[in-house]
Design a binder for this molecule. Structure first.
Ligand code: PMP
Length: 397
């Protein structure tokens, strides 16, 4: 039976990471995989995480199972982080939730929940989007379609192109939106644009699903939640998939959360049972460690302050690198106006480099960028930025 099975294609982004590791050239630079790196090119273990782990290790309790939906104090603390502590959906107990294995786990639980409970819904996603998005929803048997998002000539949001298809979505369909730091374009709606999007989505009876994987990496923890908060209207329904891979640097611990905001507290109770049912037949209950670390940090005033400082450091470094890359490209007399990069937010920049230019950067200069032209700005450092600018100059000439 098994000899007939063909190899699956490699994951486009993770495959590039493997190729980078295997590349023997010492001058190689990895700007592909979506992982934050500090000015030394290292993905740091946050100091607040180290301290929380020290405290947890000093007072071990149990390794018994967590509840299906995870640690209650983790879910509460992370819901407050996303929605705001005094927000109406939380105060009205309209939020069903679950601690999930990463943001990917949250998306997959949401997909299974949609497949089982919002039957026939199509999930609409931006073109372009994170390549795993369609895979996750298709794996759950859900049809996916795309809506325009990016305006290449102006390197900006194609708001009109985005709003028009909402009119054609079937009521009950789901629209997947990036809560902040859009991956891969780095382009987010303004607060006023979020309002227009939310108006159109709710007028059509479409369910918003916000993928919130980069809170704190754009303009700030509060600032990055403006889009999400725009959807928190009285009685309105909403789903949110949070990830703490990036903002807590807990990638391999798999820490995320799913929040489903129902119209009433009673509806939220029923939704909670359906979420639990989905999880039970998938991974039964989440891993504990990462959730314990995040809860320990968010619930302790000093650790929380330290964490907010560390998120600010990461965000500022990324934004500094955006400005430094634009300056370095100008210093190398690279033709074109790259100032749009300073207006993008989050780890990624849609550079406008073509597939061929990306390929030449990899084969001739050992610089790894995703085929779409998406640069991980967090892979830039003061030590490598001039070489990156120089090599980009070589390939765009
Ligand atoms: N959504 C988006 C847009 C992402 O970029 C990522 C990570 N690359 C995720 C979700 C999932 O993150 P994780 O599963 O690692 O928490």
């Amino acid at each position: 039976m098994l000899e007939r099975i063909e190899a699956a294609p490699k994951d486009a982004i993770l495959g590039l990471g493997e190729a980078f590791k295997a590349d023997p050239r010492s001058e190689k630079i990895n700007l592909s995989v979506g992982v934050y790196q500090d000015e030394n090119g290292k993905t740091p273990l946050l100091e607040c995480v180290k301290e929380a782990e020290r405290r947890l290790a000093a007072n071990p309790t149990t390794k018994s199972y967590l509840p299906i939906s995870g640690l209650a104090e983790y879910c509460k603390a992370t819901a407050e982080l996303a929605f705001g502590a005094g927000s109406e959906p939380l105060a009205s107990k309209r939020v069903a939730w679950a601690q999930t294995p990463g943001g990917t786990g949250a998306l997959r639980v949401s997909a299974d929940f949609i497949a089982g409970n919002l039957k026939g819904a199509t999930v609409w996603m931006s073109e372009p989007t994170w390549p795993n998005h369609p895979q996750i929803f298709n794996a759950a048997g859900i049809a996916t379609k795309t809506y325009p998002y990016f305006d290449p000539p102006n390197n900006s949001l194609n708001l009109a192109g985005m709003l028009a298809p909402i009119e054609k979505m079937a009521p009950g369909d789901v629209i997947l939106l990036h809560g902040c730091c859009h991956n891969p374009t780095g382009i987010d709606p303004t607060a006023a644009q979020w309002k227009q999007i939310a108006d159109a989505v709710f007028a059509r009876g479409v369910m918003p699903l916000l993928d919130f994987a980069y809170q704190g990496f754009g303009d700030g923890l509060e600032e990055d939640a403006v889009g999400l908060k725009e959807f928190c209207r009285p009685g309105a329904e909403l789903m949110v998939c949070s990830s703490y891979s990036k903002n807590f640097g807990l990638y391999r611990e798999r820490v995320g959360a799913l929040f489903v905001v129902a119209p009433t507290a009673a509806a939220a109770s029923s939704v909670q049972t359906q979420i639990d049912k989905v999880i039970r037949s998938n991974y039964s209950n989440p891993p504990a460690h990462g959730g314990e670390v995040v809860a320990a940090i968010l619930r302790d005033a000093d650790l929380r302050k330290q964490w907010e400082g560390e998120v600010t450091t990461m965000r500022n470094r990324i934004n500094d690198m955006r400005h430094a890359l634009v300056a370095a490209l100008a210093a190398q007399d690279v033709p074109g106006d790259y100032s749009f990069m300073t207006r993008q937010r989050g780890m990624f920049s849609f550079s406008g480099l073509t597939k061929e230019q990306v390929e030449t950067l990899r084969s001739e200069y050992a610089i790894y960028i995703v085929g779409s032209g998406r640069i991980n700005v967090a892979g830039l450092t003061p030590a490598n930025i001039d070489r990156v600018a120089q090599c980009i100059g070589e390939v765009v000439e």
